[in-house]
Design a protein around this ligand. Sequence first.
Ligand code: AMP
Length: 510
Amino acid sequence: MNLSLTLQNIARHLPDRPAISSEGSRLAYGAFEHQVQHMAGGLAERHGLKPGARVALVMENCPELLPALYAIWRAGLAAVPINSKLHAREMAWIMADAEVKLCLATPKLADGLSAPGVATGTLPPIVATGSADYAGLFKSAPVSTVPGDAEAEAWIFYTSGTTGRPKGALLTHRNLLFACHCYYADIDYIGPDDTILHAAPLTHGSGLYGLAHIARGSHNVILPGSFEPEHVLDALVAYANVSMFAAPTMVSRLINHPRAGSADTRGLKTIIYGGAPMYVADLKRALSLLGPKLYQLYGQGESPMTITGLDKALHADAGHPRYEERLGSAGLARTGVAVKVVNEAGRELPAGEVGEIVTRSDCVMKGYWNNPAANAQALRQGWLWTGDLGSMDGEGFLTLKDRSKDLIISGGANIYPREVEEVLLTHPAVLEAAVVSRPHADWGEEVIAYVVKRAGTDTSSEELDRLCLDNIARFKRPKGYRFVEALPKNNYGKILKTELRAQLKLEGQR
Ligand code: AMP
């Protein structure tokens, strides 16, 4: 079924409940559905868009984004939400790749796209929020009939680009509805008294979780600008039953904020973190400050938010003999999702052995748009090959090692950077750590650690070396340390190891 049905159903039942709030503006569910009906009419009538056509959403987090998304769906079109922090040229590239027919944008981003030299080909028409053309979209006859095709493309998710050129994962209505159902089955039961705080981009995980909350009539609260711990802490006082999606780096900024220790966090229901490794030391600190309100997800754009998860009860089960191991894992297969660790031939590996993680479920994308080579690689006999390495224990807990390309091979031995990072992060002066490889004449590769020190503290490479010697095999310990002010991160807060490797290469050339 088309996702815009979930809005129609809830709007009929709870027209006056708040649906979307943002800096003083508030839209109730009835008005939300009303906007969607008219805008769906406008998209078809004013722009002549036929079912299946693609519409880009180039917007920072703003109150217009979710109504535009549901209107696109009501009109039987597909959305291409684009990360607002990309360069205008990258946005133009995505729009050309996805053959977008119309772009809805916030004014500043619309201007950026129209600047000379941005697009190599022609751009689609761009309609900016707040313009007369945007207002004109709401003047057509309403569309209340919901299209019925669950296999139609709903969201073309351009992968965040930690690896190479972005690829457009085609996510259908069925994929996204399955992700919503998994949210209720595995994370929380939610309803009209719940709030979802959008402090992370709506074009990524936060928006995907917004769908689960809209279907249940919860309140979507959009915070201004980019992630600010201050705003989050204030919102936890202003709203009740608050859930939010946060990248691990955001959780870490939140718990390291000076107000974190004394803040009133009773309004918090759940922080769902994931998308990158969250280290056990940070996790323990988060649990001690916030209580057992953390859920870890492991997913990727190709199987949005839904492969495995570590639920709140497992986070709270501190007495379990393998508690630490479990905290360092990405949890168990989500409800109705198959997950295996396989060798290169696709054969399932025994418990504890490291191989590639593959998954199969109704959440797995239809395929990449216009990319047969990538499809042949990623989709084999119904399974999605994630490109992530991991191992599974006898109980089904999956532990992620690293993306295949992050693996370091030194003197023939495999070193998973995460193992080393976990150890470094147990040092009280280490705020962030990223371990990468540097080519080495004898060993093939050697391990280098980038470290950000916690404010007001100090440590040295000798001290960290001692810590590693005490905790991990000698061959895994970093052969060099770089103390830096900050680590390079992409717009979703993921550490860009490619940049660190490039820095090391430059050092080598000097
Ligand atoms: P994206 O497609 O941008 O959502 O990125 C997905 C990738 O993020 C996955 O393939 C993993 O490499 C990584 N990732 C997602 N969840 C986790 C997690 N819980 N722990 C570690 N890495 C993760």
